[in-house]
Design a protein around this ligand. Structure first.
Ligand code: RIB
Length: 316
């Protein structure tokens, strides 16, 4: 049923992947074969992960994406429905298979991922045009880089032209990012490794993240967040390159699987931007850190994302 008159809190234009996850004591070296101790298949892809996390916190969400006309694509569609996500803009194509991610997770909870984007790369202007009524009415639009960068940039621009707030997560990062992405991002949110690729300098400390954030503001973002794993994140909220960098620490937790923790953070951030638009960005980031901190304590990607009922009331 076509219901494009609906207004959504969060619209995500992004990716879906089937996650093929192997757990092993450690990650293999180049050319090496090692034994793992567990294998499972899950729902992933940065765009879908972010959408699911926002929905589990209570956001009314819609996903704009493309999956294959195959078993994995059919399952993914059902997964969105099971999570209460609007699927009018979830297309299926016979041109390419549903995206897949081969993921290895070690005993320290760290991972290495190879994605084959497949059907995600078929999402283009035509689909964006169909989703325009939903994008136009959204409170927040979220994009990443697992679909064609041109499609992400067009979606961000469409949102800005309609006064919809944009969150851009440049993941996986590309060194030669089109500079227009910075100007199209009301909030630009990246992790340490993405920041290093974009900046060309090391980003491991709070100080280096602060320098990165100032450079991101100079490049045109409205606000910048650099996530630093267990060190929390650094937030630069004002549009002034000279504005102070706020370090938002996080509570120490025992991580068993960090896969998709960044997506949990962004999905939560999108929820807070939509539901509490006047809340200071550093407070939104503090709360999003808490949500992502819960996700790393359970194995899997979307399976580890908490719902509102699982979280302390003071996060809402
Ligand atoms: O960010 C984690 C996600 O990256 C995984 O779900 C995988 O699908 C890849 O897209």
């Amino acid at each position: 049923m076509v219901m494009t008159e609906e207004a959504f809190d969060v619209v995500v234009v992004g990716s879906c992947m089937t996650d093929l996850v192997s757990q092993a004591t450690r990650l293999p070296k180049e050319g090496e074969t090692i034994h793992g101790h567990k294998f499972f298949i899950g729902f992933g892809g940065k765009g879908a992960n972010q959408c699911i996390q926002a929905a589990r916190l209570g956001a009314k969400t819609a996903m704009v994406c493309k999956v294959g006309k195959d078993f994995f694509g059919d399952n993914y569609l059902q997964n969105f429905k099971d999570n209460g996500i609007h699927t009018e803009f979830v297309g299926q194509t016979s041109v390419a298979a549903t995206g897949a991610a081969s993921i290895m997770v070690n005993d320290a909870g760290q991972n290495a991922i190879v994605i084959v984007a497949g059907a995600n790369l078929v999402l283009g202007s035509e689909e964006l045009q169909q989703a325009l009524p939903a994008i136009r009415r959204a409170k927040v639009l979220v994009c990443q880089l697992e679909i064609s960068p041109g499609t992400s940039l067009r979606a961000l621009r469409m949102a800005q032209e309609n006064n919809v707030r944009t969150i851009f997560n440049p993941a996986p990062a590309i060194a030669a990012l089109d500079p227009d992405f910075y100007r199209a991002s009301d909030i630009f949110c990246c992790n340490e490794s993405e920041a290093e690729l974009l900046m060309g300098w090391s980003v491991t400390s709070v100080e280096e993240a602060g320098r990165t954030g100032r450079e991101l503001l100079k490049r045109g973002c409205g606000a910048a967040i650099i996530t630093l794993g267990p060190q929390g994140c650094v937030v630069l909220a004002a549009q002034e390159p000279s504005s102070p960098a706020h370090h938002v620490p996080t509570t120490a937790v025992k991580a068993v699987d960090t896969t998709g923790a960044g997506d949990s953070f962004i999905g939560a951030l999108a929820f807070y931007v939509a539901h509490y638009p006047t809340m200071p960005l550093k407070e939104m980031a503090r709360r999003a850190n808490q949500v992502a901190g819960v996700s790393v304590q359970t194995v899997g990607t979307q399976t580890s994302y908490p719902s509102k009922k699982d979280l302390p009331a003071d996060l809402f």
